[in-house]
Design a protein around this ligand. Structure first.
Ligand code: ZN
Length: 297
């Protein structure tokens, strides 16, 4: 069995860090990650720098990449303007995200869910016309900070519509890190019936991230977002928490005999380098403990 681990640290991780890294350092992070065999990296978010200063200079990050043909470089967009920028720099995969609940989507995207679905459909169509792969992430798929628990039927209806629109992949995101394995098991099990690759994007806010990843794997999810060192959960912002740490996920998948193609030791080295760059300990655990020889490949 094989899964695709998608490194989102350079985007989701860094956009939630208090320090702003210049594009050259963000590109270096991507290059170091690519050298470990990570198959796909979300390298930047094409949003306005006034909204997310950490993501300023997305084009400069892309132009400083040492492009490897074995790595897919993807970017996040929240609207068609972002898509125009992504297309202009030649990325071959677009990730579009919106939230499953009206309140969260209105606050984040300033549009209704229906409007966001329409944008998703237009971006999928444009991407395919341009030869670009389109992944759609449904944020707050399990819980919303404003509306509480989210009805899985609602999320699955969105997924079904996006599959009909041609989305190459659907990712269920636990944006605020509230999901428990029972919820993830149900949504992934139903999601894979749609016949497209299903991914999960898990934040470890309440320490259920890896347990959620495990049940997603059991139910047939084939795409796992993660961030090196678990960044995004800065200790100076106690209520924020990062994605599951890529090296923690890879350690578990390795031990379970799931192929990722990623060099765990190399990944641990990247996390240690990033700890120096950011100047604080990262939430990930395996990069501190190291690998255990009994489960090494
Ligand atoms: Zn996230």
């Amino acid at each position: 069995m094989q899964v695709t681990v998608v490194e989102v640290g350079p985007r989701d991780g860094l956009q939630n860090e208090p320090s702003v890294l210049p594009p050259g350092v963000r590109a270096e992070l991507c290059n170091r990650l690519a050298s470990t065999g990570i198959p796909k990296i979300e390298v930047a978010s094409f949003v306005s720098p006034s909204r997310v200063p950490q993501m300023a200079g997305a084009e400069d990050v892309v132009s400083a990449l040492d492009v490897r043909y074995s790595t897919v470089y993807a970017g996040l967009v929240l609207n068609e303007k972002g898509y125009d920028r992504l297309h202009a720099v030649g990325l071959k995969e677009v990730h579009f995200a919106f939230a499953a609940t009206e309140t969260f989507n209105r606050r984040n995207q300033n549009s209704s869910v229906e409007e966001s679905l329409a944008v998703a459909e237009r971006i999928i169509a444009r991407a395919h016309a341009d030869g670009i792969r389109a992944t759609i992430t449904i944020g707050a798929s399990f819980g919303c900070p404003f509306e509480g628990r989210v009805d899985p039927g609602r999320v699955l209806a969105f997924a079904e519509r996006l599959v009909a629109a041609g989305a190459d992949e659907i990712v269920f995101a636990d944006t605020i890190g509230v999901a428990v394995p029972k919820q993830v098991r149900h949504l992934v099990r139903e999601g894979v019936r749609l016949g497209r690759p299903i991914g999960v994007h898990l934040h470890n806010t309440r320490n259920t991230g890896l347990a959620n990843a495990y049940v997603a794997m059991e139910e047939g999810a084939s795409v796992f977002d993660a961030s090196v060192g678990g960044i995004g959960g800065c200790p100076f912002a106690p209520r924020a928490a990062g994605n599951i740490a890529t090296e923690d996920l890879v350690y578990m998948l390795d031990g379970e005999g799931i192929e990722t193609g990623i060099d765990l030791d190399g990944l641990i080295a990247v996390a240690r380098w990033l700890e120096e760059v950011l100047g604080h300990p990262l939430p990930g655990q395996v990069y501190r403990a190291g690998r255990f020889m009994a489960v090494s490949r």
